[in-house]
Design a protein around this ligand. Structure first.
Ligand SMILES: Cc1ncc(COP(=O)(O)O)c(C=O)c1O
Length: 367
């Protein structure tokens, strides 16, 4: 890709030059004392970001994209034929339904309109109607519409059920404050190429004690070896002092992630989140000045991603193409049935500055 293009899609994101430099170091093994220390540091910082530093949750860093971690969460905890309730209000909710289907699960869908948050009461009713459901799965930041689903409220509903609560945090972890334990999330899957400001290729997953009980109740699950979380735990526990993962890790990518996590800790998690919020507000104001309305109201603002409608009579692809061709700024079009109706701007890169938003807004005003 032309390096002069400013990447403002909802991931992968532009990364800090220090993160890129870490990729360029000599390849090192995924075991040994130095590696164990490095991997432990990554896991410790991820626990802070998940909001589970002082808890009994486990965190593993899987090699793969976010979908790999979602596969691991569903496939490790449920048996083929069991019920899962999936909250669905967008393209990635559809994806959860698909993954559950491919895992051989019986899916009970609880839908909301695209652009509307999921309704915790509807999830509660679904749990009452299906007390044998073994999991509830939802997307936190629905990247197709920018909607943030009410995870804490849904968690409060799932908490007292037998079901575990699975959350897709692929596009939100690192972008807003997280409190997995307080939200009663049992399995949380994310990825490094979005708000964590690192290259693609790694997928953090967090697992609660309740999730382990669900996972450990049977070994008959119809899933593979790579995405079996019991294997990740086995290596962490039995080989943790020299070779903490069951597979060969992409060590350069982990090095890059560690640099991005250290930068985040240095900035301060709260400061980073505030910076994202402020960029989001700046962008929303600018969009309105440019005559392009954000797809969601300000009360439902996503601090790391904004979807907006093009001017009347214009298809979103025209705005996307114009920005790329004329201003070398890359944003994304809509997904699913919103393909032509919205464009999406990712502002989840840690290196994004107010000047970048300003440039984008100026370009949009000139459309
Ligand atoms: C909310 C959400 N879930 C899942 C995915 C899929 O993640 P990956 O491409 O890392 O597998 C994405 C990717 O954009 C996403 O935004």
């Amino acid at each position: 890709m032309d390096s002069a293009v400013k990447l403002m899609i909802p991931g992968p994101v532009e990364v800090d030059a220090r993160v890129l430099a870490a990729l360029n170091r000599p390849v090192e093994p995924h075991y040994g004392d130095a590696w164990v220390e490095k991997y432990s540091r990554v896991v410790a910082i991820l626990k802070q970001i998940f909001g589970i530093a002082e808890t009994d949750y486990d965190v593993y860093l899987m090699a793969g994209s976010g979908t790999c971690a979602i596969d691991a969460c569903m496939g490790s905890s449920l048996l083929s034929g069991e019920k899962i309730i999936v909250g669905n209000n967008g393209f990635f909710g559809d994806r959860l339904v698909d993954i559950a289907g491919n895992t051989g699960l019986q899916v009970i869908e609880v839908k909301s309109e695209w652009g509307q948050p999921l309704d915790p009461q509807a999830i509660k009713v679904a749990l009452q109607q299906h007390p044998d459901a073994k999991a509830v799965a939802v997307v936190h930041g629905e990247t197709s519409t920018s909607i943030l689903n009410p995870i804490a409220e849904i968690g409060a509903v799932v908490k007292s059920a037998e079901a575990v609560f699975i959350v897709d945090a692929v596009s939100s972890l690192g972008g807003l404050p997280y409190d997995l334990a307080g939200w009663h999330v049992d399995l949380c899957a994310s990825a490094t190429q979005k708000c964590l400001g690192a290259p693609p290729g790694l997928a953090p997953v967090a697992i609660s004690p309740k999730a382990w009980r669900m996972i450990d109740r049977s070994n008959r699950k119809a899933h593979g070896w790579y995405t079996n979380l019991q294997n990740w735990r086995k290596y962490a526990q039995e080989w943790g002092d020299w070779h903490p993962t069951p597979i060969t890790m992409p060590t350069n990518t982990v090095n890059a992630l560690l640099v991005s996590l250290e930068i985040l800790i240095q900035e301060g998690i709260a400061n980073r989140m505030e910076r994202f919020r402020s960029l989001a507000l700046q962008l929303r104001n600018g969009l309105r000045e440019a005559g392009m309305e954000p797809f969601t109201p300000d009360e439902l603002m996503n601090p790391v991603l904004t979807a907006a409608r093009p001017p009347k009579g214009v298809e979103s692809v025209q705005v996307v193409r114009y920005l790329l061709d004329t201003h070398h700024i890359q944003i994304s079009g809509g997904l699913g049935h919103l393909k032509k109706e919205v464009f999406r701007i990712g502002h989840m890169s840690p290196v994004l500055k107010p000047e970048d938003i300003e440039n984008l807004v100026c370009a949009l005003k000139a459309f």
